[in-house]
Design a protein around this ligand. Structure first.
Ligand SMILES: *[C@@H]1O[C@H](CO)[C@@H](O)[C@H](O)[C@H]1NC(C)=O
Ligand SMILES: *[C@@H]1O[C@H](CO)[C@@H](O)[C@H](O)[C@H]1NC(C)=O
Ligand SMILES: *[C@@H]1O[C@H](CO)[C@@H](O)[C@H](O)[C@H]1NC(C)=O
Ligand SMILES: *[C@@H]1O[C@H](CO)[C@@H](O)[C@H](O)[C@H]1NC(C)=O
Length: 386
C-alpha cells in the first residue's frame, strides 16, 4: 500500500507537466491502483463485519481507543465529571462560562456519594481584611465548602498556599455598585461555583462581612432550610415600587416588583436560573439604571419571585444596620465590638425558619471596618463560638 501510494504521488507530476506525452499508460496504472484499493477495502470490511459478528470486536473502535487513550484517559470514568476544576483561572469568556455552568443532569439521583458543599463567594474590590477570622471559621470543615473570590482585575492577592483563599480568585471584571456590571460579577461567581457539581448552596459575601455563627451551625441551618434566603419585599414608595419602569412589562409587572439586599444564599436550582436567564436580563439592564434604580437590589429578587416564589424565604441571612439612616448602612469599627453588640444581633431577633418562629435569623453580618479584626478575633471563640 505504502509503496503504491508513493508511486501515485510520483506519477502525479508528469500528468500535469506533460499531459500529451504520457496520456496512455497512466490511466491504466491508476485503474489498477483503484482496483487494488477497492479489493483491499472490501476485504477489510468483510473481515471487520466478520469479527464484529463473531467476536463482538469492533476493529475501528479498537484502533481508535488504543490511539487516543493517552489524552482521554480520565474521561472514561465518572471522576472527570464530578471532580472540581483544578484551576479556577480558565480562559472561557462569560458567554462560554455561563453556557457550561447551565448544564443540569436530567437524572436527579447521583450514581456516586455526593457530599453537598456550600460555595462561599466573596465579591470584593481587593484585600480581604477578615481573612484570619474566616480561616478560623473554615478550619476543620474541609470537604464541606468551596471558596471563590471576585476582585478588581487589577488586584492580585498574595495568600500563602496554607490559606483557604490560596488560588481561589476567578477571572474578574470591574463591577460598579448599582450597575449591571455588579450583577454580572455575581453571575460570574455563581457560574464558576456551579462548575463544581458538589456545590449545592451559594452564599454571596463582601470583604466587610463576618460570620456570626460557627461553620457547623451555618451548614446545618442552610442545608436543612426548605427555602433559599433572598431578601425580597414589595415596598411601596419612591425607593421600592417607585423604581419600577413600565417598559419592563409584560415580562415584569409592578405586582412582581421586589426589592431586597444584594447579599443572598440560594440553592443550586436558583443559581442555574440566574446564570441562564436571558428573559429578564435585558429588561433590567435597560430600564433599571442609576440614579433612578439600583439593579443589584431588584434583578434577582424580582426574577426569582416571578419564577420560583415558593422557594424563597424572602429574607436575607446577612445582618446590616440601617437604623442610622442615609444612603449607606452603619459601618462597625473596633469600638463597636462588644459582647452586648452581638447579643442584640444574635438574640433579639425574630423571624420564620421553615415556617416556624425562630430567634436565629442571621448567620453573617456587615459592614465591618478592617480595624475591627483584632477585637473580633479576641471574642470569636467566646461570643461567636468560632
Ligand atoms: C465569547 O466568545 C465567543 C466565541 O468567540 C463569542 O461568540 C462571544 O460573543 C464572546 N462573548 C463575550 C461576552 O465576549
Ligand atoms: C458551634 O456553636 C454552637 C452554638 O453556638 C455550639 O453549641 C457548638 O459547640 C459549636 N461548635 C463548635 C465545633 O465549636
Ligand atoms: C404582566 O401582565 C400581563 C397583562 O396582564 C400578563 O400577560 C403577564 O403575564 C404579566 N407578567 C407576569 C410576569 O406576571
Ligand atoms: C415569599 O414571597 C412569595 C411571593 O412574593 C410567596 O409566594 C412565598 O410564599 C414567600 N415565602 C415564604 C417562605 O413565605
Amino acid at each position: 500500500m505504502q509503496s503504491r501510494l508513493g508511486t501515485l504521488e510520483e506519477g502525479k507530476e508528469p500528468v500535469t507537466a506533460s499531459r500529451t506525452n504520457q496520456s496512455r499508460p497512466l490511466p491504466l496504472r491508476l485503474l489498477k491502483f483503484f482496483l487494488l484499493f477497492l479489493i483491499v477495502g472490501i476485504g477489510a470490511s468483510i473481515v471487520s463485519i466478520f469479527m464484529v459478528r463473531r467476536f463482538g470486536i469492533n476493529t475501528v473502535a479498537l484502533v481508535q481507543s488504543s490511539y487516543f487513550r493517552p489524552c482521554l484517559e480520565q474521561s472514561g470514568s465518572i471522576e472527570s465529571w464530578i471532580r472540581p476544576p483544578s484551576n479556577l483561572l480558565h480562559t472561557m469568556n462569560d458567554t462560554e462560562l455561563f453556557w457550561k455552568a447551565s448544564f443540569v443532569p436530567g437524572i436527579k439521583s447521583y450514581p456516586f456519594k455526593r457530599t453537598p458543599k456550600i460555595a462561599f463567594m466573596f465579591l470584593t474590590k481587593g484585600p480581604l481584611p477578615f481573612a484570619p477570622l474566616w480561616e478560623k471559621f473554615f478550619k476543620g470543615h474541609e470537604g464541606l465548602y468551596s471558596i471563590y473570590v471576585h476582585s478588581l482585575p487589577s488586584y492580585t492577592s498574595n495568600f500563602p498556599p496554607s490559606s483557604v483563599f490560596y488560588r481561589r480568585q476567578i477571572p474578574s471584571q470591574v463591577a460598579e455598585w448599582g450597575k449591571m456590571s455588579m450583577c454580572d460579577a455575581e453571575r460570574r461567581l455563581l457560574a464558576n461555583a456551579l462548575l463544581d457539581i458538589s456545590n449545592e448552596w451559594f452564599i454571596l459575601l463582601s470583604e466587610s462581612c463576618i460570620p456570626l455563627q460557627n461553620f457547623s451551625i451555618v451548614y446545618r441551618y442552610i442545608s436543612r432550610s426548605w427555602y433559599s434566603f433572598m431578601g425580597a419585599v414589595d415596598e411601596p414608595g419612591p425607593y421600592g415600587r417607585g423604581r419600577y419602569d413600565e417598559h419592563m412589562a409584560p415580562e415584569v409587572n409592578l405586582s412582581n416588583w421586589r426589592k431586597g439586599s444584594q447579599w443572598f444564599e440560594i440553592n443550586r436550582e436558583l443559581a442555574v436560573r440566574i446564570v441562564e436567564d436571558s428573559t429578564y436580563y435585558p429588561k433590567f439592564r435597560d430600564f433599571c439604571t442609576p440614579h433612578k434604580c439600583y439593579v443589584d437590589e431588584h434583578y434577582f429578587q424580582t426574577m426569582l419571585t416571578i419564577n420560583t416564589p415558593h422557594l424563597l424565604a424572602n429574607r436575607t441571612l446577612t445582618y446590616v444596620d440601617w437604623s442610622r439612616g442615609g444612603a449607606h448602612p452603619a459601618t462597625f469599627g473596633k469600638d463597636d465590638i462588644k459582647e452586648e453588640f452581638f447579643k442584640k444581633i444574635l438574640e433579639e431577633q425574630t423571624c420564620l425558619y421553615n415556617n416556624q418562629p425562630s430567634s436565629l435569623c442571621f448567620l453573617f453580618a456587615r459592614k465591618f471596618a478592617p480595624n475591627a479584626l483584632g477585637p473580633l478575633l479576641a471574642i470569636a471563640s467566646k461570643v461567636l463560638r468560632i
